[in-house]
Write a protein that binds this ligand. Structure first.
Ligand code: TXE
Length: 481
């Protein structure tokens, strides 16, 4: 039976006013399993007005009170962890083991982290001089919007809504129409804990309708967005008309820089993960592997051998390491790049095929993890964000050379550097134009740190202090001494 997802507006689960829906597919089977509201301007405006109405009371609560509500949500998510992991895996095609290990625990941590982090938050500070006394007051913005993508649905939704809510804003959230299910379950949890109506509203639909209306709505004060650079650019240009605050987390083409003096086994193990976790559909995944030419042949053999052993399978199977591609259009996009490899004079070392599956998954969208060498620096495969299971190999022979190579992209999200010479690794890190750089590790996150890309990967930062600052406004009240 096809399940019907609802919007969550003003504390109620509601159908879209037009009664229009979008099909939601299970990537592992290629079959429709639910319908999500195809909301329009009227639905979006209703969500904004509910958020506006809830703001005066919610913003006057103490951080402690707001945090108590949010911790209740976290504890309900924890109770429902196993179900939520199943739903996330069904919606995205990721292995259930990954949803259990990463997506749901991190969603819970987003709540507990911001709750702890804001314990000692003060909403004012002062500057005194011989001429004046300045009282600086921090206040919530009002109604803010969070627009999120399909690769880490609940993880990224909670990463944005929690700091927004804890700072006293009310929220209109728009999950990806491709993977809306765990947001719907979060809405049910909000009802279960009696979150005051209008504080959080979850409005489903396409970017073209709901996303656009959010972007030009005069009562929305800020948008926190994660998604593609092209979409980020559209939001940037449209939102400027109403002078919204923006935090845009966008694409990446992340280098992994592998020096010959690295801890080889640790590097190999982690680079496999950084390349292919979530089928390569994490904005932080390594997609360009830059290898010291002195170890290139050895690395190539060892890496390809390991890649060929990655267990591709039904995401429901706990042994599966690598699942399906999240949507058919994205599957087509990745195949387009696979077809380009030959034309761009690259050679496929491993993978490069659609993976034919049996039984339940025979119509699913599976692509083998793919490793390519021999492509030019300016090839599309080395320039474009593919956001899938394709990595390219390139060699380097000097520190300056690899820095140049790493920076030869319009993106600047993340990079990893592998070397046991920490002063060299730090020297290189300083010269790499990326917002997040990992030395001898990957995806190790301290949520207090600023998170976000440089160049066309990011505009504004998330995390820790930056998230709190983003979701507040400051006012200076000056009295002459
Ligand atoms: O993302 P979109 P798409 C990259 C990746 C991928 C490409 C396109 O390369 O192939 O982006 O993916 C909403 N106004 N990433 O098209 O469109 C949309 O409904 C306002 C990188 O699926 O950016 C969804 O909720 N909102 C990435 C959200 O934006 C709009 C994660 C993201 O969708 C909108 C995902 C509009 N005009 C894709 N159009 C990362 N860096 O994490 C769409 N949306």
């Amino acid at each position: 039976m096809i399940e019907v997802i609802k919007n969550y507006v003003n504390g109620e689960l509601t159908a879209p006013s037009s009664n229009n829906y979008i099909d939601v597919f299970e990537p592992a089977t290629g079959k429709i399993y639910s319908h999500v509201p195809n909301s329009d301007d009227k639905d979006t405006d209703f969500a904004v007005s509910a958020a506006k109405k809830a703001f005066p009371v919610w913003s006057k609560h103490s951080i402690k009170t707001r945090s108590n509500y949010l911790l209740k949500l976290a504890s309900e998510i924890k109770k429902d962890s196993e179900d939520l992991a199943f739903y996330e895996s069904r919606d995205t095609g990721k292995p259930i083991s990954l949803a259990r290990r990463l997506d749901i625990p991190r969603a819970i941590e987003n709540f507990t982290f911001f709750s702890d982090y804001t314990q000692n938050f003060t909403d004012y500070f002062t500057f005194e001089s011989k001429d004046s006394k300045n009282h600086i007051q921090k206040s919530p913005l009002g109604v803010v919007a969070c627009i999120t993508p399909w690769n880490l649905p609940l993880y990224l939704l909670t990463w944005k809504i929690v700091p927004a809510l804890i700072m006293g804003n009310t929220v209109v959230a728009k999950p990806s129409e491709i993977t809306p299910y765990t947001a719907f379950k979060l809405a049910e949890i909000c009802k279960r804990i009696n979150l005051p109506p209008g504080v959080l509203n979850i409005i489903n639909g396409s970017g073209d309708k709901v996303g656009k209306r959010i972007t030009n709505h005069p009562d929305i004060k800020a948008i926190s967005f994660t998604g593609g650079t092209e979409t980020g650019g559209k939001i940037f240009s449209k939102a400027s008309r109403t002078f919204k605050k923006l935090a845009l987390e966008m694409g990446g083409k992340n280098p992994a820089i592998i020096f010959e003096d690295c801890n080889y086994d640790q590097m190999l193990e982690t680079v496999i993960k950084s390349s292919f976790t979530n089928q390569g559909q994490i904005c932080l995944c390594s997609s360009r592997l830059l290898i010291d030419e002195s170890i290139y042949e050895k690395f190539k053999i060892d890496f390809c051998e390991r890649v060929s052993k990655i267990r591709i399978g039904d995401p429901n199977d706990t042994e599966t390491q690598f699942g399906a591609i999240t949507s058919k259009p994205h599957f087509d996009k990745i195949n387009h790049y696979i077809n380009l490899i030959d034309k761009e004079n690259g050679s496929i070392l491993v993978g490069g095929n659609i993976k034919k599956m049996d039984n339940r998954c025979e119509k699913g969208w599976f692509i083998e993890p793919t490793v390519v060498e021999g492509l030019g620096i300016d090839s599309q495969l080395n320039k474009d964000e593919i956001f899938g299971p394709i990595v390219t190999l390139q060699t380097f022979s000097s520190e300056e050379g690899v820095i140049k190579l790493a920076n030869k992209t319009k993106y600047g999200l993340s990079a990893t550097i592998w070397s046991e010479d920490i002063s060299k690794a730090n020297r290189v890190a300083e010269k790499i134009d990326s917002g997040v750089i990992w030395i001898n590790c990957w995806m190790v996150r301290d949520l207090r740190t600023p998170f976000g890309g440089l160049k066309q990967s990011g505009y504004g930062k998330e995390g820790g202090e930056d998230a709190l600052r983003f979701f507040t406004e400051q006012k200076n009240i000056c009295i002459q001494s």
